[in-house]
Design a binder for this molecule. Structure first.
Ligand code: NAD
Length: 488
């Protein structure tokens, strides 16, 4: 069975920040793959714009280099066809230079669809959008893609949303969270709402707790300046992890369409029990990695004398509504942990009673584990009889729903999240993008935690680079008679 590919209409895809890391590492490879799979027509145009003075030819050479570096199955003929679609314009967001040139380029033989991707630092989101509007590049039909971070607190997020609202309608703003483009994350929705099996169990009566882990094995090398102003709560929890909670906890939307899905996600964000002041100490743990013999610590990696920025957060969160009341959601994310691993694990309650005697072994809780990276896939751990003549012995075995094997497609390459999301922009489908209201609701919940930390002189708990996070994070679970899943 071959993957179904529906070609899109010709488009103009303008990448502001075309020489940057995101464009080189993610956007150009994503578009290349979509062209390789014949989803993008040859008369599509990619117009890169950035501050460097480059000719079209020189940028095409840079794009070719980026593809060689970041496309594992690079094919030079396809790449040569791909770079022919690329043009380049020099723009400067501060002086406004180059935007009229950009307008001339897009207006000359415009394609039916126009999208603008802001792959620039967050301080440029509003000024560049305003320059684009002034120059006439943003029309009432242009789609504008905005990267994270959307603000660094509620006030700044509101201000950015308000400035964007002055130049473009909300229905044309695509606030990207690349976690939502992952195959497994969308499969979570297919699994929940496309099967009769799970939904009756998806509530406080049958689910013991949910664990969400986003663990990175790398530190902050080279990004210390940015990271120290952000920290794990702003960098990971406010956006990616809260979005994962939303998709896990939301009510079934009436339709799989942008408004219905985003409305349900928003209700989850608004149901999160506020965490502030006195309630924080036990249920929100912040940590910072320290070095060891072989590993450098955060201060060294970020070239700082001292810092109270958290590189790790673990927390117990309550979704305070009828479906989830009393079922904790445990979240953790951190840098320089034992392995790179992101997953959502839904842990079901114990069976009410075991009919098996002790020799059979214990009946373990069923766990539905949705793994986002690496090795995307979904497993449901089940208790089964250990095969063979040894009498009734129980063993836990995973029902593996790893996509390529179950679909009989051994050669299936799961598309990178950016491939899907960029194509969704071209198709005009906002389902997997965050609304302005969602971003503001997320900050409304996160801000009091940041404020409590700011008023508190306690340092983050140290943890060893290459470990599983601070002891206090383990204790957070132990106190409730539960344990974190291994980071592996
Ligand atoms: P970068 O610093 O590598 O690139 C910035 C780009 O902006 C360059 O092309 C530069 O020429 C352009 N630029 C800078 N100042 C300009 C000006 N005055 N006028 C016009 N252009 C200007 O940054 P990046 O890592 O590509 O990140 C871009 C955005 O994407 C950021 O908001 C970042 O948080 C977000 N992001 C990046 C990644 C990633 O993998 N790099 C992942 C997720 C989100």
């Amino acid at each position: 069975m071959a993957a179904r590919i529906v070609p899109v209409e010709p488009f103009d895809f303008i990448v502001l920040g075309g020489t940057g890391d995101l464009a080189r590492r993610k956007l150009l490879p994503a578009l290349y793959h979509r062209m390789r799979d014949a989803q993008i027509p040859d008369d599509a145009r990619i117009i890169a714009a950035a501050r460097s003075s480059l000719t079209r030819k020189a940028y095409q050479t840079q794009a070719m280099e980026a593809l060689k570096e970041f496309v594992p199955d690079f094919d030079k003929d396809i790449a040569a066809r791909f770079v022919k679609c690329i043009d380049y314009v020099r723009v400067d967001a501060e002086s406004g230079d180059g935007f009229s040139e950009l307008k001339k380029k897009v207006e000359k033989d415009p394609r039916p669809i126009r999208a603008v991707y802001l792959a620039v630092g967050p301080s440029f989101f509003a000024p560049i959008s305003e320059q684009l509007k002034k120059a006439g590049v943003l029309t009432s039909k242009t789609r504008l893609v905005v990267e994270k971070p959307i603000g660094h607190d509620l006030e700044s997020a509101k201000e950015l949303n308000a400035r964007l609202a002055k130049v473009i309608a909300e229905r044309n703003i695509y606030r990207i969270d690349h976690y939502l483009g992952k195959e497994t994350v969308q499969n979570l929705m297919a699994l929940r709402f496309g099967n009769a099996l799970f939904e009756p169990l998806w509530n406080r009566y049958h689910i013991d707790h949910v664990q969400i882990t986003v663990a990175e094995s790398v530190g902050v090398e080279g990004r210390g300046g940015y990271y120290d102003k952000s920290g794990a709560l702003r960098d990971m929890v406010q956006n990616h992890i809260l979005q994962l909670i939303c998709l896990t906890a939301m009510e079934p939307p009436s339709h799989f369409d942008p408004n219905a899905v985003r409305e349900e996600k928003l209700k989850v964000l608004r149901s999160l029990e506020p965490l502030r002041n006195g309630s924080l100490g036990d249920v929100v743990i912040r940590g910072q990695y320290r070095g060891g013999k072989a590993e450098s610590g955060y201060l060294e990696d970020a070239a700082l004398e001292e810092s109270s920025t958290e590189t790790f957060v673990a927390m117990k969160v309550e979704v305070a509504n009828w479906r989830w009341s009393g079922t904790p959601f445990y979240l953790r994310t951190g840098k320089k942990l034992r392995a790179r691993m992101s997953e959502i694990a839904v842990v079901f309650k114990d069976t009410p009673h075991s009919i098996f005697d002790e020799d059979a072994g214990s009946v373990r809780q069923n766990v539905l584990a949705m793994r986002l990276q690496p090795d995307e896939g979904i497993t449901l751990s089940m208790n089964i009889k250990d095969p063979g003549p040894g009498g009734m012995r129980l063993t836990s075995a995973p029902l593996d729903m790893t996509f390529a094997e179950s679909l009989g497609r051994d050669d299936l390459r799961l598309p990178d999240a950016y491939e899907r999301l960029v194509m969704d922009v071209i198709r005009g489908d906002q389902t997997l993008f965050m609304s302005g209201d969602e971003v503001e609701a997320a900050w409304t919940w996160v801000d009091p935690i940041i404020e409590t930390w700011a008023a508190n002189t306690d340092a983050p708990h140290p943890y060893d680079a290459g470990g599983s996070g601070p002891e206090e994070a383990l204790a957070l679970m132990h106190r409730d008679g539960r344990r974190w899943r291994d980071i592996e």
